[in-house]
Design a protein around this ligand. Structure first.
Ligand code: FAD
Ligand code: DHB
Length: 404
């Protein structure tokens, strides 16, 4: 068995793992990343598009923001449409100057991968049979197989950045973790195309046929989503059927602007709320989707991963700078406070914007629940106070510092 050593072993080369690795390396803290898939597979997953300022600031600190600064779009607002009637949420005005950045998760992942390669940091792609050992002891280990060889990586700390289906969370004994979960009775079908977007700002559209979202990646690339039954698969939706349905659910002005074309990618994502507590066990820290999942409505998933990364980065920097290990115990509580806010916001946005008719079978009281949510949305949209509540959470709540 080949032996390796590093200070922090990072499991998973998604955006959480890559961002953490880059930040730590710039503070002189060594790290090795183990990723189950190939780099090109990771880059094939089209997901997030909206980044909070906190995330953007971290990417700057990681030294990987050059392309995002040039190509990312600052969005000062977005629209919520209810059966064709739109209300603009003026993020900048309602939050006293804040905005979000529209830039693809694929692009940021690529930028972080390039930064890692340029810094000559080690990543094992296609690492299989990854197993975490001795996480309660001073020198935990991670064993894995790569290129026909067996490896043992010895480290001080392990960052579990391996997403919802990873191994890290399972390493915490089942009786020591509490998992909260809600599965929604519908999914999102996403379509990416090289066509000019219908609008300069995002449109979240509540419609009696089901929710739709018009998003974008640039002036020439669009990203659209529609609410679909959980049983629907990509093969059930031709490009043409998707465009027809999207057009019916968008407000008239946007629908009139819709330019269609061949899809570059189509996928279905189930909607889930999930939180694992605690997020730390011995010298193992869970980060991002490994610890929590939100439904995508409100664009919080990657942004919560970024606040976890920020907290863990502060913890590990203090540990290595001062030798003070007590701050380790702060990680979970600080991360979870922000996670619960993001989870609540995503759950609320999902409830208000989706169509819950015919959901009685799921114990959601179908029509009655839908009417309560429609009334709640109308109430929030009608007042500046209500819009402010939405805007403040959409741009992202502040990051919490470690206690001294
Ligand atoms: P992941 O991206 O899941 O990365 C985990 C990595 O670990 C993967 O590369 C995986 O291959 C690897 N791995 C897994 N198991 C192992 C193992 N055993 N060993 C080694 N490696 C392993 N978020 C936003 O903030 N804004 C948005 O606009 C937004 N839109 C979204 C739209 C959709 C349709 C979806 C599905 C998600 C969206 N999200 C959004 C959520 C966002 O994509 C995720 O929160 C984000 O990918 C989490 O990053 P991560 O690095 O924690 O996990
Ligand atoms: C995107 C995804 C979201 O979940 C969201 O709320 C906004 C934008 C996107 O992929 O562009």
């Amino acid at each position: 068995m080949k032996k390796l050593k590093t200070q922090v072993a990072i499991i998973g080369a998604g955006p959480s793992g890559l961002l953490l690795g880059q930040l730590l390396a710039r503070k002189g803290i060594s790290n090795i990343i183990l990723e189950k898939e190939t780099g090109s597979y990771v880059l094939g997953r089209i997901r997030a598009g909206i980044f909070e300022q906190g995330f953007v600031d971290l990417v700057h600190e990681a030294g990987a923001a050059d392309r995002m600064s040039k190509e990312g779009e600052v969005h000062n607002g977005f629209e919520i449409a209810v059966d064709g009637r739109t209300t603009r949420i003026d993020l900048k005005k309602l939050t006293g100057g804040n905005a979000v950045v529209c830039y693809g998760q694929v692009e940021i992942t690529k930028d972080l991968m390039d930064a890692r390669t340029n810094a000559e940091l080690i990543t094992y792609y296609e690492a299989s049979a990854v197993e975490l050992g001795d996480v309660k002891l001073d020198k935990p280990t991670v064993t894995f197989a790569h290129g026909g060889e067996e490896y043992q990586l010895q480290c001080d700390y392990i960052a579990g950045c391996d997403g919802f289906h990873g191994v890290s969370r399972q390493t915490i004994p089942a009786d020591l973790r509490t998992e909260h979960e809600r599965i929604y009775p519908f999914g999102w079908m996403g379509l990416l195309s090289d066509t000019p977007p219908v609008s300069e700002e995002l449109i979240y559209s509540k419609h009696h046929r089901g929710f739709a979202l018009a998003s974008r990646r640039s002036a020439t690339r669009s990203r659209y989503y529609i609410q679909v039954p959980l049983t629907d698969q990509v093969a059930d939706w031709s490009d043409n059927a998707f465009w027809e349905e999207l057009k019916k659910r968008l407000p008239a002005e946007a629908a009139a602007n819709l330019i269609t074309g061949p899809s570059i990618e189509k996928s279905v994502a189930p909607l889930r709320s999930f939180i694992c507590e605690p997020m730390q066990y011995g010298n193992l820290f869970l980060v991002g989707d490994a610890a929590h999942i939100v439904p995508p409505t409100g664009a919080k998933g990657l942004n919560l991963a970024a606040s976890d990364v920020s907290t863990l980065y502060k913890v590990l920097t203090r540990v290595y700078d001062s030798g003070d290990k007590h701050c380790i115990e702060q990680y979970s509580a600080i991360a979870l406070r922000r996670v619960w806010h993001g989870e609540r916001f995503s759950w609320w946005m999902t409830n208000m914007l989706h169509n819950f008719d015919d959901m009685t079978a799921h114990g959601l009281e179908g029509l009655t629940f839908g009417r309560f949510m429609a009334s709640e949305l109308a109430y929030y949209l009608a007042s500046e106070a209500g819009q402010k509540v939405i805007a403040e959470q959409y741009v992202g709540l502040p990051y919490e510092d470690l206690a001294p």
